[in-house]
Design a protein around this ligand. Structure first.
Ligand code: DGL
Length: 253
């Protein structure tokens, strides 16, 4: 079984890509809803949660783990790999590389949680892959919480999205990296604001391809999905149709 986890609903955007790439695989999805959001937590707090969830999923029979969260990957993927040396771990990191490669203006932006925005790992990614472009990192406090509350049409959120994105566009960015898995669910709102002036970069499909390469026999299961949450598991299931993921709900039986 493939274990996939996030602080909450955001990782479902990655799970959707995983299910498309590995339709016969069995998945367990864990939402850490008792501790969401991770974006305002310290590195130590996030590591502590990631290690606990890794143990939980491993003890529930997961042989491959996907950290469907940029914040958790930046803070704790190394610690998770060290704790489970026998289990392959796929992390999710902001798509700096494809954005930098494809940018024509030489300016890109990354939207991320506060914790990811200040992480040394993000700075390392920028140094490694964006040497020739200018990168604007925009922390977006509160966005993941709006997604958690399923307040996708909240006018206050729309105003904040515009207030953060317009200045980036005014600086000439032509690629905007969704550096938090929750933000995939804000893509319609972001596209409306961007209005063709830049492309949004989401790595969910690339993460799914990487997982497919590592899956081996795990690709051949019975296409089932287990849903786990550290608080209010019923809300996780109820959120699926609201996020247009009814096809995933069907797998959960
Ligand atoms: N979905 C997460 C990410 O990709 C974290 C959001 C949060 O809990 O703050 O960064």
């Amino acid at each position: 079984m493939i274990g996939v986890f996030d602080s909450g609903l955001g990782g479902l955007s990655v799970l959707a890509a995983l299910v498309d790439a590995l339709p016969q695989a069995d998945f367990a999805y864990y939402a850490d809803t008792a501790h969401v959001p991770y974006g305002n937590k310290s590195e130590t707090q996030i590591q502590c949660r990631v290690l606990a969830i890794g143990d939980y999923l491993a003890s529930h029979g997961c042989d491959l783990l996907v950290v469907a969260c940029n914040t958790a990957t930046a803070a704790a993927v190394q610690a998770l790999r060290a704790a489970h040396p026998g289990i392959p771990v796929v992390g999710v990191e902001p798509g700096i590389k494809p954005a930098a490669q494809d940018s024509k203006s030489g300016r890109i932006a990354v939207l991320a949680t506060e914790a990811t925005a200040r992480s040394p790992r993000l700075q390392q990614l920028i140094r490694e892959h964006a040497g020739r472009v200018e990168v604007f990192v925009e922390p977006c406090p509160g966005w993941a919480t709006h997604v958690e509350m399923l307040q996708l049409d909240d006018p206050a959120l729309a105003a904040d999205v515009r207030a953060r994105v317009e200045p980036l566009l005014a600086r000439g960015v032509d690629r905007i990296v969704l550096g938090c898995t929750h933000y995939s669910f804000l893509a319609p709102l972001l596209s409306e604001v961007v209005d063709g002036r830049a492309e949004l970069v989401d790595v969910a499909a690339a993460v799914a391809r990487q997982t497919q390469r590592l899956a081996g026999r795990l690709a051949h299961g019975s296409g089932r999905l287990q849903l786990h949450a550290s608080a209010h598991p019923e809300r996780l299931r109820a959120a699926l149709p609201r996020l247009h993921l009814g096809r995933i709900a069907a797998r959960a039986g």
